[in-house]
Ligand binder design. Structure first.
Ligand code: SAH
Length: 263
């Protein structure tokens, strides 16, 4: 078996945020496997076949990619952002774990990409300067009670929280519910960032207060990354320009005191 499989992160948007290593993996591939819109970002090339699929069948797509590699092809599975963050790399390893034991001898490589929360943070300033976490609001693969339990835990611990998959047509209310939960733990003027399509031509970045964000939840969409500040996250005003958002590196008070009334 001389095939191989690389799971490649395309970054959040345009080609200038693709790493040279990811670009080289795409160049070397005989077969590209992925969600159609991601494949559309990669130019056509003689001798390179694209296998497009829709967005809801990651595990089938992963199995298809492993079978192609086992046939001797040089396969690149593409993902937006980083392939290890709520994306295809985990689906490939799930398929590997449950699949043909012969696949274990295939060389499998993960090529990282810039994930949405890092791209969004860079545009806003430095909101991830202190401790932070990432939570997917999608309840397709986990019960909503798990999402709320995790949100409660990280709100109590005063983390900056990045919300991936905040909203979709099938999941219209979850972001509003998450922000309302946040508003029970954090001050109404806590900065919240709605970063949409970062790195693409239609990029937009909105800096809101938590109170405004609760009211604006329905204006987010599935191309939006939502970041909820911690108690120390603040703005640096710049007149009519968008303020910088940042979280200082040092923490001077216990989150247990601020959110739970104990030390
Ligand atoms: N692997 C991707 C995340 C996949 S989950 C990554 O590392 O970025 C899909 C979610 O990622 C979207 O619902 C949105 O919340 C976020 N996202 C992906 N690309 C984005 C972009 N360019 N701008 C803002 N958010 C983005």
């Amino acid at each position: 078996m001389s095939g191989s499989l690389t799971i490649v992160g395309l970054g959040p948007g345009e080609a200038h945020w693709l790493t040279p290593a990811a670009e080289a993996a795409l160049e070397a591939a005989s077969d590209l496997v992925g969600y159609g819109p991601y494949l559309d970002r990669i130019p056509e090339k003689d001798g390179r076949t694209k296998h497009a699929s829709d967005n809801r069948v990651e595990i089938d797509r992963a199995g298809h990619a492993l079978r192609l590699a086992a046939e001797g092809r040089t396969v690149a599975v593409v993902s937006g952002g980083d392939p290890g963050v709520f994306a295809m790399a985990a689906a490939v390893f799930e398929a590997l774990e449950a699949g043909d034991p012969a696949w274990l001898s295939l060389p499998i490589t993960v090529e990282p990409g810039i994930t949405a929360m890092l791209a969004s943070a860079a545009k806003a300033g430095a909101p991830l300067g202190g401790d932070f976490c990432a939570i997917s609001l999608s309840d397709n693969l986990k019960p909503w009670e798990v999402v709320t339990a995790r949100l409660e835990a990280v709100l109590a611990a005063d983390f900056v929280i990045c919300l991936y998959n905040p909203i979709s047509k099938a999941r219209p209310w979850q972001l509003g519910a998450a922000l309302e939960l946040a508003a029970r733990h954090r001050a109404a003027d806590t900065p919240v960032i709605f970063a949409r399509a970062v790195g693409r031509a239609d990029e937009s970045l909105r800096i809101l207060t938590l109170a405004e964000a609760v009211a604006a939840a329905a204006t987010a969409d599935m191309a939006t990354l939502v970041t909820i500040g911690a108690s120390s996250t603040r703005l640096i005003a710049r007149g009519s320009d968008r303020p910088y958002v940042y979280t200082p590196r040092s923490v001077t008070k216990s989150p247990c005191v601020t959110s739970q009334g104990r030390t």
